[in-house]
Design a protein around this ligand. Structure first.
Ligand code: NAP
Length: 368
């Protein structure tokens, strides 16, 4: 039997992560209409650090409430129904969705059907629907075509964004760019975007920009037409170019805008992996005006234009190809104890984890 615990961070110092005993265990009898899930496995990347950085401003701390002054970081992964007091949710079923860094989750299932359910717990009502939906792994098309359970939790959380980035840029005719630069090229969001772009017959050249220490690994990936070190921005050819920035690093972004000037035809901000970099002043930069990429807006536009079923089919088809390509590059590493999970967390927070090390985490020993 697994006793309940969660890993919570100090909201004033994200480096401080501590374990907390929870009231849930494998033996908990859920109140009427609710169910207890076992959190089987989850991935952890800069995406989740972004949730912590924006925890107060964007409401991520309210998804899995923790004691005052602390927060439970949301992670994407797999969970199995352990005990259910809901008539339509059967024990033993496994789902993909947003989970706490914990051993258990109590949910109030709503809209239960063969494709999944929604957690209607009061504290989650303000979150976007995508965060509250749990997809049945036995029928979900991305789950059933994943190369493995591990690759699904590693690569799927950022893949929808990669897919939407590609779709949005293609819809705009790549803004007329001959080349597209992805910063933080060693991140899974950038790798996924490059992989989806490569499935197209007509696309700009894909340039991956990364740090010197990641050059060798990123070249080995083979998904970029060219890999450039942040220190070599001055070597970028000047021609119609689009920039998709995942680094949020003012030195990198300003360097690209100044190098390319009016030849920079598109510039969007998607992430901020270089999270300790100072704020970026963009109003005076030459070239395209920097825009903020908002995945929900792009998804809505795409669904309205192509229809929900068509978008889901295209996403599943892209995943089938790209997940297999990407998983070959990642070395899956597993940790199932709180101490190692905390170590991995600190490495991701500090940016010292090797990009190829795909950690699959769990706080339930014996779960793979
Ligand atoms: N807007 C959206 O909808 C959306 C969706 C998904 C992800 N994102 C954002 O995209 C970014 C990438 O997320 P991910 O999960 O794909 O990343 P990831 O796989 O964890 O990649 C991490 C990479 O980021 C860079 N990095 C991370 N921490 C760093 C640090 N402290 N100092 C310097 N470099 C650091 C390094 O790349 P380099 O050496 O190559 O720079 C590192 O290899 C995040 O900022 C995330 O929030 C946004």
């Amino acid at each position: 039997m697994t006793l309940g615990m969660s890993l919570d961070v100090d909201l004033n110092d994200l480096h401080r992560m501590e374990s907390r005993a929870s009231s849930l265990s494998d033996d908990t009898v859920p109140p009427e209409g609710t169910a207890v899930l076992a959190v089987d496995r989850f991935g952890f990347s800069a995406l989740n650090v972004g949730y912590a950085d924006a925890g107060s401003s964007l409401g991520y701390w309210s998804m899995f409430p923790a004691p005052d002054g602390t927060g439970t970081i949301p992670v994407w992964g797999h969970a199995t129904v352990l005990r259910s007091s809901h008539p339509d949710l059967a024990p033993g079923r496994t789902y993909y969705g947003l989970l706490p860094m914990a051993t258990h989750l109590l949910v109030s299932p709503e809209a239960v059907g063969p494709r999944g359910f929604t957690d209607a717990s009061p504290h989650r009502r303000r979150a976007a629907p995508v965060y509250n939906r749990y997809l049945d792994r036995s029928s979900d098309p991305l789950s059933t075509t994943s190369p493995s359970a591990a690759s699904e939790v590693l690569l799927r959380p950022t893949f929808t964004t990669s897919f939407l980035l590609d779709a949005d840029l293609a819809e705009q005719g790549w803004s007329g760019a001959d080349a597209l630069i992805l910063t933080s090229a060693s991140s899974r969001t950038a790798i996924g975007t490059a992989q989806v772009m490569r499935t197209r017959s007509q696309r700009p050249a894909i340039v991956g920009l990364t740090s010197a220490r990641h050059m060798t690994d990123v070249r080995l990936l083979g998904c970029y037409d060219r890999v450039v070190d942040y220190d070599d921005i001055g070597s970028l050819p000047v021609g119609p170019t689009a920039l998709v920035d995942l680094s949020g690093d003012p030195a990198v972004v300003a360097g690209i805008h100044h190098r390319l000037g009016e030849a920079l035809v598109h510039s969007s901000a998607v992430g901020a992996t270089h999270r300790l970099a100072p704020p970026l002043e963009t109003s005076t930069l030459p070239g395209a005006r920097r825009s903020l990429f908002l995945a929900p807006g792009v998804a809505t536009r795409l669904r309205e234009r192509l229809g929900v079923a068509s978008v889901e089919r295209t996403l599943a088809a892209a995943w089938r190809i790209c997940a297999h390509e990407m998983q070959d590059w990642f070395e899956v590493r597993e940790a199932q104890d709180a101490t190692t999970v905390q170590q991995v967390y600190r490495q991701v927070l500090e940016g010292t984890v090797a990009p190829r090390h795909g950690w699959v985490l769990s706080l339930r020993p014996g779960t793979t």
